[in-house]
Design a binder for this molecule. Structure first.
Ligand SMILES: *[C@@H]1O[C@H](CO)[C@@H](O)[C@H](O)[C@H]1NC(C)=O
Ligand SMILES: *[C@@H]1O[C@H](CO)[C@@H](O)[C@H](O)[C@H]1NC(C)=O
Ligand SMILES: *[C@@H]1O[C@H](CO)[C@@H](O)[C@H](O)[C@H]1NC(C)=O
Ligand SMILES: *[C@@H]1O[C@H](CO)[C@@H](O)[C@H](O)[C@H]1NC(C)=O
Ligand SMILES: *[C@@H]1O[C@H](CO)[C@@H](O)[C@H](O)[C@H]1NC(C)=O
Length: 313
């Protein structure tokens, strides 16, 4: 063999060996870190208390091919007195997925990634907190209902990657924010379909926006089966259904590796309000939601170091 030939064989061997070694290295890494994450602590780490609640096989969002169990539909339709049938539901969902992506836009877990999230409630305890930069620092920033940032950036930040709403709490979003629909009835699924296209003309228990500004490519819909799971598994069926804030938190525990929680609970004087309002009264009112049960649970998650909780004081 001439020297050129030898050099070629040598090169082939070296690349072959490095490809092989790389294969071993990758396998080794995967074994070592399994399917956890690249954070200092990962949520899915073995913790029996936590794992009693988490069921990763319940998917938070609908996709075009989700087949909702009829039992979940029957539970869900009682939330706001839905009269429509399962087939009416299916038809509406079909129409919805003609205008929004068939699969939710999600970052998959990986041993090379640390998906950090800020869940931002609307509590008055954010007033004067200066949490803005800390909130914006997280990869994912989840806000909800009528939560706003304009004029409050220093305390609440200015980034919103996900905004959870239902028609009655709907608002316009930036083009890079995911609209996350929390549906309570078939009409809510129709609302998002229409409000993003030709306009919605129905009525609800309070006025709803006929049109909404949001990026259709970034719409995600919370699955009725997930709402049922949060109610039954996380809240032990307390209250009629979970609040948006609690849903947001459990959703984050499913799609993030590290969860930072802001703007939940009362302020330091025990008063409840939204950060953008003047305090009107001292009453704690959570309507159909199991308010104190949810809050106690959140404090337990904090104690067990599953979330980082920022009380604002
Ligand atoms: C998790 O959820 C799936 C789907 O709903 C269900 O079949 C399964 O029994 C659940 N697992 C536990 C441990 O509850
Ligand atoms: C739905 O689609 C996803 C990927 O697009 C796939 O992983 C999943 O198995 C599908 N589910 C059903 C019920 O077909
Ligand atoms: C949002 O905050 C970042 C960093 O704090 C800043 O650079 C940016 O200008 C802010 N944007 C707006 C619209 O306030
Ligand atoms: C919004 O984002 C989409 C991509 O998701 C892009 O195609 C569209 O042009 C953007 N619209 C505006 C008004 O910036
Ligand atoms: C909280 O409520 C108490 C009693 O109603 C009131 O005296 C106090 O001023 C309130 N605190 C704030 C920050 O408004």
């Amino acid at each position: 063999m001439n020297s050129k030939g030898k050099a070629l064989v040598f090169l082939l061997c070296v690349t072959g060996v490095s490809v092989l070694l790389r294969g071993y290295a990758l396998k080794y890494c995967d074994l070592k870190y399994q399917s956890i994450c690249a954070c200092k602590r990962c949520l899915s780490e073995d913790d029996q208390w936590f794992m009693k609640f988490v069921n990763k096989s319940v998917k938070p969002f609908l996709s075009a091919n989700t087949s909702l169990p009829e039992s979940a539909f029957n539970w869900w339709k009682r939330l706001q007195g839905e009269r429509g049938s399962y087939s009416a539901y299916s038809k509406t969902v079909e129409g919805l997925f003609e205008i929004v992506p068939p699969k939710p836009d999600l970052v998959e877990p990986s041993s090379y990634r640390c998906r950090t999230c800020a869940v931002v409630g609307n509590s008055g305890n954010l007033k004067g907190s200066r949490y803005g930069p800390l909130i914006d620092f997280q990869d994912v920033v989840i806000r909800m209902n009528t939560g706003r940032t304009k004029g409050y950036e220093a305390d609440v930040g200015n980034k919103t990657t996900h905004h959870i709403m239902y028609p009655e709490s709907g608002m316009d979003l930036e083009n890079n924010t995911h609209l996350v629909l929390f549906p309570f009835k078939i009409q809510d699924l129709l609302w998002v379909t229409k409000a993003l296209t030709t306009g919605f003309t129905g009525t609800s228990y309070m006025p709803v926006k006929s049109k909404i500004k949001a990026n259709k490519q970034l719409v995600m819909v919370i699955s009725p089966a997930f709402i049922k799971y949060v109610h039954e598994t996380w809240l032990q069926k307390k209250g009629r259904y979970p609040s948006t804030g609690f849903m947001a938190l459990v959703m984050a525990l499913h799609i993030c590796d590290e969860v930072h929680v802001f703007g939940y609970g009362a302020d330091k004087d025990g008063n409840w309000s939204h950060y953008w309002e003047k305090l009107k009264n001292k009453m704690l009112r959570t309507g159909v939601h199991p308010g104190s049960q949810e809050y106690d649970f959140i404090l337990q998650l904090k104690e067990k170091q599953k979330i980082q909780f920022y009380s604002g004081w």
